[in-house]
Design a binder for this molecule. Structure first.
Ligand SMILES: *[C@@H]1O[C@H](CO)[C@@H](O)[C@H](O)[C@H]1NC(C)=O
Ligand SMILES: *[C@@H]1O[C@H](CO)[C@@H](O)[C@H](O)[C@H]1NC(C)=O
Ligand SMILES: *[C@@H]1O[C@H](CO)[C@@H](O)[C@H](O)[C@H]1NC(C)=O
Ligand SMILES: *[C@@H]1O[C@H](CO)[C@@H](O)[C@H](O)[C@H]1NC(C)=O
Length: 488
């Protein structure tokens, strides 16, 4: 059970979940529990499905909180979304760069990890690829003045700003700090000038604290001419997390923000590389060595297999395309419009408000949520239709899922009804059966969807996104997707 709790805390805090700290009294005499040790975990099996379900419910609470605060016209920090309409590419020679992307199942989380090199000289880190985050941060040591609380213990992967020639702190008084940094501390002293600091909180008393600066990130260009060139992205906004509570930060070194925000890595990098980024998610239980890519610039076609010049086995299908709602009210999340959901070819009767962001519904695509969460009316309709089709399969109980099945009870495996989500613009997502009737235990599969409160947002999680290439065209406000194996 301790592991379950750690996972939950990890996902929640990595997601920057916290009630905004504005107005809250900051207890500086936090009980000095031994800080979590920074170390690498040995390979662990993938999180169990119930673990993922629990983590996703915390994640959904975080998303709902963020949305509630951004719809408020006088939000304490007045955070703004990225001005993406102006982000046309200005990269002259090379048009794309790519970062290796893997399932985090080997560490026991439901996240996907990317590798990024930060600082000068560059240090490598493993970060959660998170479309629901606006601040990129890494575990850190030695950024004054918070270093007194620095985590102890050896780690090959702790960022040391003092050792980076390109690190520059962002002052607390700056517009970037006040307007864009989530959970920034409102308090700014000017004598001496205070750094921009943050304190992510969660009600479970877990939190992450640090200072924000900018630094360079080193990336490998993947342009057409084949040479493995590297380039530096300058002035990437980077949080340096010097202390945290909760023992839950072992699985990765921090978070790579892919959200729709002025300061996110995604908006900065996309602004320089074609106004777009894409990722292909391998199966969520794939081993550590199954690698796909997070790419900025035009997506490498055919499976997103960076650098691979393998002849394609079958002609690639044209991608589906739906408008990306880069609405300030939904920031930093990426919203899309669902038109219909069908099961076994039959369109389900779901009230249209459920998919309407203006009516406190809507759907977002989130790489940091594992299982898809549907607002009650949609959840009920989809689960009823799927379970009706599976009525002949013996049931087994596995909390928190309503419908789990003994898949080996009969000699012929049951047929999973086809689930199809149709988005605005007739874009159709027809995920493989394993993405919604999910392996939960040996011989057991569950309808892997969770119910979210209505009114409330629905979240398309990373399992439903697996084995597809997703391209976020921020400049032109399109989401493109197509089926792909993602890995070699
Ligand atoms: C905030 O500012 C007040 C005075 O303006 C000071 O007493 C307090 O210690 C500051 N808090 C933090 C967290 O810096
Ligand atoms: C954020 O966007 C504004 C325009 O709205 C721009 O002036 C500013 O430089 C941006 N800040 C960052 C940190 O990118
Ligand atoms: C990953 O490693 C296993 C053995 O450790 C190997 O069988 C498999 O082919 C590898 N997969 C990839 C995608 O490299
Ligand atoms: C599934 O059914 C088979 C055959 O009836 C049985 O042996 C097995 O124990 C069942 N599995 C579960 C998880 O109930």
């Amino acid at each position: 059970m301790a592991r379950v709790r750690q996972l939950v805390l990890a996902l929640v805090v990595l997601a920057c979940a916290a009630s905004a700290s504005a107005g809250g009294a900051h207890r500086h005499h936090r009980k000095s529990r031994p800080s979590a040790r920074l170390r690498l975990l040995p390979a662990a099996p993938g999180a169990s499905l119930p673990d993922r379900a629990r983590a996703d419910r915390f994640r959904h609470a975080y998303i709902s909180t963020r949305l509630a605060s951004s719809t408020s016209p006088h939000h304490a920090h007045g955070r703004r979304a990225a001005e993406t309409s102006t982000s046309t590419s200005t990269s002259p020679e090379s048009s794309a760069f790519a970062m290796p992307l893997t399932s985090g199942a080997y560490t026991g989380t439901g996240q996907y990890f990317v590798r990024l090199r930060v600082g000068t000289p560059a240090q490598p880190f493993v970060l959660v690829a998170d479309t629901g985050s606006d601040l990129t941060w890494v575990k850190c040591r030695g950024a004054s003045p918070l270093s007194s609380q620095a985590p102890s213990g050896p780690s090959p992967r702790v960022f040391r700003p003092a050792d980076s020639r390109s690190w520059a702190p962002i002052p607390c008084s700056s517009d970037t700090c006040k307007s864009y940094v989530p959970f920034s501390l409102a308090n700014c002293s000017t004598t001496p000038p205070a750094p921009c600091s943050y304190d992510y909180r969660y009600k479970d008393d877990s939190s992450a604290r640090g200072v924000v600066g900018t630094d360079a990130a080193t990336v490998a260009l993947s342009g057409g001419n084949g040479a493995d060139k590297k380039t530096k992205l300058q002035e990437v906004v980077l949080g340096c997390t010097t202390s945290y509570d909760g023992q839950s930060f072992q699985a990765s070194d921090g978070v790579l923000s892919l959200g729709n925000s002025n300061i996110s890595f995604a908006s900065r990098a996309a602004a320089r590389f074609g106004g777009r980024f894409s990722y292909c998610l391998v199966d969520h239980l794939a081993p550590r060595n199954a690698t796909s890519y997070l790419t900025f610039g035009p997506a490498d076609d055919d499976s997103n297999t960076h650098g691979g010049a393998a002849p394609s086995a079958a002609p690639a299908a044209a991608p589906s395309r739906t408008p990306l709602l880069l609405d300030a009210r939904m920031a930093p999340f990426y919203a899309v419009t669902v038109d219909t959901v069908s099961v076994a070819g039959e369109a389900l009767d779901i009230p249209s408000e459920v998919w309407d962001v203006k009516k406190n519904g809507g759907a977002i695509l989130d790489s940091g949520t594992s299982l898809t969460i549907l607002a009650t009316p949609a959840y009920n309709a989809v689960v009823a239709a799927l379970s009706k089709q599976l009525a002949g399969v013996p049931r087994v109980t596995m909390d928190p899922f309503e419908y789990c099945y003994n898949w080996t009870a009969s000699s012929t495996p049951p047929a999973v009804p086809r689930l199809e989500v149709r988005f605005a613009g007739s874009a159709r997502l027809a995920p493989p059966a394993k993405s919604y009737v999910i392996d939960a235990a040996p011989g057991v599969k569950c309808i892997g969807l969770q119910e979210g409160a209505w009114p409330g947002v629905s979240v398309i999680g990373n399992i439903l996104q697996q084995e597809h290439l997703w391209e976020f065209d921020l400049a032109n406000r399109w989401l493109m997707f197509k089926q792909s194996r993602c890995a070699h």
